[in-house]
Ligand binder design. Structure first.
Ligand code: FAD
Length: 406
């Protein structure tokens, strides 16, 4: 049991946590319920606060192989296509000491998995963690694997089991997350299949009424990731089936999706309509969430830490959910690097204290960004004028990107 860490969930948070604690000298086992890791998902943006950690972990070269390095992040009007302001994210290396990258989620996951296994982390798939229990000097988890329940013992456990986290529900008893009223529609398109005027190596955020579209390059710039985020209602079938839709790969009929996108993008400019029309095979993700974190108890309970979306699901409007999972992992690793089995609960508390306010702030800012992106009427006019006048100064977020910089 001594110095064994049991991790539920093998997504970005679980893999990053496995790597970080192994690097800190603990033995980690990751239990993932999916039978295999697949190429599912879409793109993620990673700010310099996150790439700084990946570089410190020695993963900078691996990142360079698969990520794209956009020069600018453009805030645009959905109606006219006008660029209202540009954040020159290529300057992140100079300003914040690390790059701003865009990457396919499967590539990020793949490099974390490889790094974790390289540190000796054991990864088990088709292994569903059902519950966690405390012992006087350790923990046990019950895992359904190979057709039966197996019990594993460790010094600490980590719940990295995502927004629907069964372990969170057991530990905090705060029920299931709820639908936020926002739906993400995602597609990937090869840049080579796009006409020249639609290809891009930059990030664009096209802001409309109650909807926006984000596009950016992934897979070393060979593909464009396109996501439309729209406020709307779910069909009854989908509303009753929310958890099943959280697979990174859910879809509904192309005709239904196109009709919903058409509604979300009413009044959009021709280049955006052309870009959306060039995409196919749309995937759907109804965004579910929880209230902003209220305290350290949501990050740790005794010898169990909660990381990533299990602790703090967030709207993707600050593009930091995976980033916060990686920051959580780095902090957990830093605490365990100086922990013994005996003082592990104190270290879990220190981890929770170090993380919860930062995550709460990012969650709240993501909600606010959504309101700004989707504004209508005078608020939209004020936003656009502010962006035109203040440009990058309004878009930069130093407290976010500069975190942890020595
Ligand atoms: C449309 C969209 C765009 C986004 N864009 C960005 C972005 O640009 N930048 C960014 O940083 N973030 C972004 N995010 C957020 C980011 O994707 C998530 O915050 C991140 O993937 C959370 O990782 P996680 O490991 O905590 O959860 P998940 O990725 O959900 O992983 C949880 C894992 O646990 C497993 N699991 C669940 N229950 C069990 C169990 N009982 N036993 C074993 N395993 C279990 C699941 O199968 C899964 O593999 C975006 C999200 C969305 C929806």
């Amino acid at each position: 049991m001594n110095r064994n860490v049991l991790i539920a969930g093998g997504g970005i948070a679980g893999m990053a946590a496995g790597f970080a604690v192994a690097r800190a000298g603990w033995q980690a086992r990751v239990f993932e319920r999916a039978p295999e890791f697949s190429e599912v998902g879409a793109g993620v943006q990673l700010g310099p606060n996150v790439t700084r950690i990946l570089q410190a972990w020695g993963l900078g070269d691996a990142l360079k192989q698969v990520a794209a390095f956009p020069a600018g992040l453009h805030a645009r009007s959905m109606g006219t296509g006008e660029v209202l302001a540009t954040l020159p994210v290529k300057d992140a290396v100079t300003t914040y000491g690390a790059p701003y990258v865009t990457i396919h989620r499967a590539d990020l996951h793949g490099l974390l998995l490889q790094a974790a296994e390289g540190e000796g982390v054991q990864v088990f798939s088709d292994a569903v963690v059902q519950r966690v229990d405390g012992l006087p000097d350790g923990v046990t988890i019950d895992v359904f694997e190979r057709g039966q329940i197996q019990q594993h013992m460790g010094a600490i456990a980590v719940a990295a089991d995502g927004v629907w986290s069964p372990l969170r529900q057991q530990l905090l008893g705060d029920g299931l997350p709820s639908f936020t009223g926002h739906i993400a529609y995602r597609a990937l398109v090869a840049q080579a299949d796009l006409p020249a005027h639609l290809r891009s190596q930059d990030v664009s955020v096209w802001m409309g009424a109650q909807a926006h579209v984000v596009s950016y390059p992934v897979r070393s710039g060979e593909y464009l990731n396109v996501v439309c985020l729209a406020e709307g209602r779910l069909l009854d079938d989908d509303a009753n089936n929310l958890q099943a839709l959280q697979t990174w790969n859910a879809k509904k009929s192309e005709a239904q999706t196109v009709a919903e996108l058409h509604h979300a993008l009413r009044g959009a400019c021709a280049p955006l309509i052309d870009l959306m029309a060039a995409c196919s095979d749309w995937r759907l993700w109804p965004l579910c969430g929880r209230p902003v974190m209220q305290g350290a108890h949501e990050h740790a309970q005794g010898r169990v830490a909660l990381v990533g979306d299990a602790a703090h699901p967030m709207l993707p409007y600050l593009a930091q959910g995976a980033g916060m999972a990686i920051e959580d992992a780095a902090e957990l690793g830093a605490q365990l690097a100086v922990a013994t089995n005996t003082d592990a609960p104190l270290r879990m508390q220190a981890f929770a204290q170090a993380r919860w306010q930062r995550n709460a702030r990012v969650q709240a800012r993501a909600v606010r960004n959504g309101q700004i992106f989707h504004a209508t009427g005078p608020v939209r006019a004020g936003r656009d004028m502010g962006l035109r006048l203040m440009g990058a100064r309004l878009m930069d977020v130093p407290w976010l990107y500069g975190y942890g910089r020595s």
